[in-house]
Design a protein around this ligand. Structure first.
Ligand SMILES: Nc1ncnc2c1ncn2[C@@H]1O[C@H](COP(=O)(O)OP(=O)(O)OP(=O)(O)O)[C@@H](O)[C@H]1O
Ligand SMILES: [Mg+2]
Length: 585
C-alpha cells in the first residue's frame, strides 16, 4: 500500500467543487442565492454558450465590504452563520461558505461589489489566487463574473451537454428562483437575447409570466396553517394536467426542493381526478420551522430531511383536497347556471338534480375559471350579472333538444355550437358521487330480486366481502349468509340493471383487490367499481326522458366534466370550429 498523503489545497478545492458545481446551472443557482441572501430586489443574469463561456450575475443587494472580498472566495468563510446553533435556525440559502470558493477553483472569476455609501472594490481570481483589491464604481450591489467554467477540470468539461441543453437547465433554475421570489425583478439574457424578464408581481401573476397567461385562470390558490406548519401557493385545475412531469414545484422556506413523498402527497390530494401518469401543475411553498428540518444533507441542498416527513405529507394532502373541491366546480370553458338570475360564486349547486328537472343550463365559453382573488371574483360577478341581465336565451342548453347517437353519445345544442356527452362516463360520474355521498350519509335505494341468487366464495374473497359489506349495503345490496362462504343475494341497487347480478359482487371484489393502489380509500375504490358496473353502457338505448335525466343529474354532480378516472365526460364543438371546418370564414 502506498503512503497516505494529505491532498494539496488546490486538489481539495477541486474535489469539493465537483459536489457543489455540477454544471453551469448550479453556478447560476449559487450566485442567485447569494444575491437573494443579500436582499437584492433586482437580479440580472447574463450567460454565453450555455454558461460555459460566461455567467454573470449582477444584483442590487447589500454588497460586500471591500476588505472582505478576498475572504468571500475562501472555503468555510461565510457571513451567514457564526456558531453551531446557528445551523438550526438557518434563514438564508447559504451557510457553508463554500459556493464561491468552489466556483473560483474551477473557473476564472471577477467579483465587484459596493456597499451603500461606501467605495466600490473589485478583485480577479485566477487558479484560485486572488488579485489585489482595485477600486470599482460606486453602485450598490455585487457583480460576479464567471469565465471559462471547468477550464482546468477537463473531465468535468467533457460531461457538459450542448450549450442549448445547459441553457435549458439554467432557465429551469431561474424559473424556480423566480417562482419562489415573485417580488424580485429577474432578468436572464443568453447570447445577447433576453430570455426572461419578470417584474415584481404577485405569485399568481408570476406564474402567468413564466408559463403563459392562460395559466392564471386555471389556478387555485391554496393556503393552510396547521400548528407551526403552513403552506401556500397555487395548484392547477385539470386544464393544467400534463402527461409528463416537469411543472411541479415544491419550495421549503422558499428553497426549491425535490421530494417524491411530498409530490405524491399533492398528487393524492387530487384524489380520483387525476390518474397515474397525469401530472397537475403546482407551485407550493412550505413554511416549517428550521429546527424541524435539516438542509445540510445534500451538497446542492436540493434534498432536505424532515423531522416528521409523514406529518408534512398529511398536512399537504388534506390541504390540496380541500382546495380542489372548489376549483373543480368551476371548470373553465363550461359553466352551469341555475335558471334564476342570481349567479352564485361557485355556480354548480350541490343539490341532487333528480328533483330539479327541467332546469336550463346555459353554457358560456369564458367565465373566469376558479374564482379566488377579489379581482377575479369581481370580474366573475360582473360577467355573471351582465349575462343575467341580457337573459341570453341563445346561450342556454335546453334539455328538450337532445339526441342519442350510436347508442353511445348524447348530443345537445347550445348557443355556441353543440355538446357531446359520453353516456357511460356521465352516468359513472353520477353514480360515483352518489355512492361516495351515501357512504357518509343515508343509504341508496334497493330493488329486491324476485329470485335471490346464491353465490359461493373462496375463503379469501369471503374475507374481503365481509370487509366491504357495510359499504355494499349502503349502496343498496342486500345479502345474507346461508352457509360458510356462501351468501344469498336478495336485493341490488335500484340504479343497477338486471341481468348480471351473479357477476357483479364478484367483479366488485376483484376490482377492489386488483386496483387497491389506484384509489386513496376503500370507499373510493368501491364507489368507482360500483359506478362502472351500474352505469348505462355504450350500446344501451336511452329514451328522451332518460337522456334529460342523465344531463340534469350530471350537472348536479360536483365534477360534471371529468369522470373519476380523469377522462372527459363532455366535449364541446363550437360553431366557430364548425364554420372553420366548412371553410365558411
Ligand atoms: N451577491 C452577494 N452579495 C453580498 N454578499 C455576498 C454575495 N455573494 C457572496 N457574498 C458574501 O460572500 C460569502 C461567501 O459566499 P458563498 O456563497 O461562498 O458562501 P455562503 O453563501 O455563505 O454559503 P454557501 O456555500 O452555503 O452558499 C457570503 O457569506 C457573503 O457574505
Ligand atoms: Mg452562497
Amino acid at each position: 500500500m502506498t503512503k497516505i498523503q494529505t491532498l494539496s489545497k488546490d486538489l481539495r478545492n477541486k474535489i469539493s467543487a465537483g459536489e457543489v458545481v455540477e454544471r453551469p446551472a448550479s453556478v447560476v443557482k449559487e450566485l442567485m442565492e447569494n444575491s437573494l441572501d443579500a436582499g437584492a430586489s433586482e437580479i440580472t443574469v447574463v450567460v454565453e454558450k450555455g454558461g460555459q463561456q460566461l455567467i454573470q450575475v449582477t444584483d442590487n443587494g447589500a454588497g460586500i465590504n471591500s476588505v472582505d472580498i478576498p475572504k468571500a472566495i475562501e472555503r468555510y468563510s461565510t457571513s451567514k452563520i457564526k456558531k453551531l446553533d446557528d445551523l438550526f435556525t438557518i434563514d438564508t440559502f447559504g451557510f457553508r461558505g463554500e459556493a464561491l470558493a468552489s466556483v473560483a477553483s474551477v473557473s476564472e472569476l471577477d467579483i465587484a461589489s459596493c456597499q451603500e455609501g461606501k467605495e466600490g472594490a473589485e478583485v480577479k481570481v485566477q487558479n484560485g489566487e486572488c488579485s489585489e483589491i482595485r477600486p470599482a464604481p460606486r453602485v450598490r450591489g455585487t457583480q460576479i463574473t464567471v469565465h471559462n467554467l471547468f477550464y482546468n477540470t477537463p473531465a468535468r468539461r467533457k460531461f457538459m451537454k450542448s450549450p442549448r441543453t445547459e441553457l435549458r437547465k439554467i432557465i429551469q433554475t431561474i424559473k424556480r428562483m423566480a417562482l419562489s421570489h415573485p417580488e424580485v425583478n429577474i432578468i436572464l439574457s443568453a447570447d445577447e437575447k433576453e430570455v426572461v424578464n419578470v417584474q415584481p408581481e404577485s405569485l399568481e401573476e408570476r406564474i402567468a409570466s413564466l408559463f403563459d397567461p392562460t395559466y392564471q385562470e386555471n389556478l387555485l390558490s391554496v393556503q393552510l396553517q396547521k400548528g407551526d406548519y403552513s403552506f401556500s401557493g397555487f395548484i392547477g385545475n385539470l386544464n393544467l394536467v400534463r402527461s409528463r412531469p416537469g411543472d411541479q414545484y415544491i419550495f421549503l422556506n422558499r428553497r426549491y426542493i425535490k421530494n417524491r413523498l411530498l409530490n405524491s402527497a399533492v398528487y393524492s390530494g387530487y384524489q380520483s381526478l387525476t390518474k397515474r401518469g397525469e401530472f397537475p401543475f403546482f407551485a407550493l411553498n412550505l413554511v416549517i420551522p428550521p429546527d424541524q428540518i435539516d438542509v445540510n444533507v445534500h451538497p446542492m441542498k436540493i434534498e432536505v430531511r424532515f423531522k416528521d416527513e409523514w406529518r408534512v405529507y398529511h398536512v399537504l394532502k388534506s390541504g390540496i383536497t380541500d382546495s380542489l373541491s372548489d376549483v373543480l366546480e368551476t371548470i373553465p370553458y363550461f359553466e352551469k347556471m341555475t335558471g334564476d338570475s342570481n349567479v352564485k360564486e361557485s355556480s354548480i349547486s350541490t343539490s341532487r338534480v333528480g328533483s330539479v328537472k327541467q332546469e336550463i343550463f346555459p353554457f358560456n365559453r369564458r367565465i373566469p375559471g376558479p374564482v379566488q382573488s377579489s379581482a377575479q371574483l369581481e370580474r366573475a360577478k360582473s360577467y355573471a350579472s351582465e349575462l343575467a341581465t341580457r337573459q341570453e336565451s341563445s346561450s342556454r342548453i335546453d334539455v328538450e333538444n337532445i339526441w342519442q347517437v350510436h347508442k353511445k353519445y348524447v348530443v345537445s345544442e347550445i348557443s355556441s355550437g353543440l355538446v357531446i356527452i359520453d353516456q357511460h362516463v356521465a352516468h359513472e360520474r353520477i353514480l360515483f358521487e352518489e355512492a361516495m355521498n351515501t357512504f357518509n350519509t343515508g343509504a341508496m335505494a334497493s330493488q329486491a330480486l324476485l329470485f335471490p341468487e346464491s353465490l359461493d366464495f373462496s375463503p379469501d374473497e369471503y374475507s374481503v366481502l365481509l370487509e366491504v359489506l357495510p359499504f355494499l349495503e349502503k349502496i343498496g345490496f342486500r345479502m345474507k349468509e346461508t352457509e360458510k362462504y356462501k351468501v344469498e343475494l336478495e336485493a341490488i341497487p335500484s340504479e343497477m340493471g338486471w341481468g348480471n347480478e351473479r357477476r357483479v359482487i364478484k367483479d366488485i371484489i376483484d376490482h377492489y383487490l386488483s386496483h387497491q393502489k389506484e384509489y386513496s380509500s376503500m370507499q373510493e375504490n368501491l364507489a368507482a367499481s360500483f359506478a362502472c358496473h351500474a352505469a348505462v353502457k355504450a350500446g344501451d338505448t336511452l329514451s328522451k326522458d332518460e337522456m334529460q335525466e342523465l344531463v340534469n343529474r350530471l350537472f348536479g354532480t360536483k365534477h360534471p366534466y371529468y369522470c373519476p378516472h380523469g377522462r372527459p365526460i363532455i366535449v364541446q364543438l363550437s360553431l366557430d370550429e364548425l364554420d372553420k371546418r366548412f371553410e365558411r370564414e
